[in-house]
Design a protein around this ligand. Structure first.
Ligand code: SF4
Length: 328
């Protein structure tokens, strides 16, 4: 591992100042992804800025009826918090389906937002990878691409986003709160991540000197009727092949509103807005769920080894919606 210096920030301003003054510095909190990346030589920061002691771990109700989650809130704590379990069950389920209990005890919400793809070629410094080293090529395009993207990919990168939490956040219209040298701003989660295009090395629209301070969940009268379905190769400690975050607002046997997002299929959490439009105004039944699933996967472009994801995603959408539809 490349040698690096270390400092501990005692305020958000000090953390941002440190980052602004060091081009090759990185924030560290739980370290559950960054340390692996440093050990394998994928990340080589000159300086680590420890933000563990920033007072950003609170989970609180907002006057609007929504909930604010501090960026330093640990995944386990957030998953089990009564406000999250009762009001946003799919978010709690998404947290609990990720990693292991030990990792969830360390990992933070801010770190979860910033975690890197688990594309094997990205972690193997002997292989070409446009995300790790722009312009070198993509080892996955003609390689073993079973876990890779089927939606929104490019000829430069077909990686998928690894987070479960972010899929639920996309369905919930969450807003990411950040602070930086130019002040505070809020970024809707659907605009936080980027598709790979010809710049796959840039994952997010976060500024170079910005720190994530929290996530706001808007009040949602129907998020309590929601579900996160994760399909993976084994029952725990595995990333999603496909996942679905679904919420339905049903009144008089008619779908009044719906939220549908997919994980494991694209470079970012994939909000299925066209499928949502199909569902609104329909009665909740398997036929309309199947139509919505077809629409959600319409533009899918599978690679040599991941064509199975198209059918898997369709079936997962139908199953997730049916599960939510059956909730009283
Ligand atoms: Fe790198 Fe993306 Fe290709 Fe994976 S899919 S090797 S992350 S460029």
């Amino acid at each position: 591992m490349k040698p690096f210096s270390y400092t501990r920030a005692d305020s958000s301003g000090a953390a941002v100042g440190e980052l602004s003054n060091n081009t090759h510095a990185k924030f560290i909190c739980g370290g559950t992804n960054l340390l692996d990346l440093m050990k394998s030589g994928v990340e080589q920061p000159d300086r680590l800025i420890d933000i563990n002691r920033l007072p950003l771990a609170e989970i609180e109700e907002l006057p609007s009826g929504g909930v604010r989650i501090g960026a330093m809130a640990r995944n386990s704590h957030t998953a089990n918090h009564p406000l999250i379990r009762q009001r946003y069950p799919m978010l709690s389920q998404a947290f609990l389906s990720g990693a292991t209990e030990q990792l969830r005890n360390m990992a933070t919400v801010g770190g979860n937002l910033m975690q890197k793809t688990r594309c094997y070629y990205f972690y193997d410094t002997a292989m070409p990878c446009n995300k790790r080293e722009p312009g070198t090529g993509c080892g996955a395009l003609e390689g073993y691409n079973r876990t890779h993207a089927i939606l929104g990919a490019s000829e430069h990168c077909i990686a998928t986003h690894p987070s479960d939490m972010c899929v639920a956040l996309a369905a919930l219209d969450a807003v990411v709160r950040v602070t930086g040298a130019n002040g505070d701003r809020q970024i809707p989660i659907t605009e936080f991540y980027r598709l790979p295009g010809d710049t796959p090395h840039i994952d997010t629209n976060l500024g170079k000197d910005e720190l994530i301070t929290g996530v706001d969940l808007p009040r949602s009268p129907f998020a309590a009727r929601s579900y996160y379905l994760k399909i993976r190769d084994r029952a725990s400690y595995a990333f999603a092949l496909v996942s679905v975050a679904a919420a339905l607002d049903i009144e008089n046997n008619t779908i009044k509103a719906v939220r549908l997002a997919l994980g494991g299929v694209a470079h970012k959490p994939w909000r299925a807005t066209q499928a949502e439009e199909i569902l609104v105004g329909s009665s909740p039944n398997e036929e309309v769920f199947t139509q919505a699933a077809e629409v959600a996967l319409q533009g899918a472009q599978p690679r040599q080894y991941n064509a199975f994801k198209v059918e898997l995603a369709k079936r997962a959408i139908v199953r997730a919606l049916a599960t939510v539809g059956e909730m009283s």
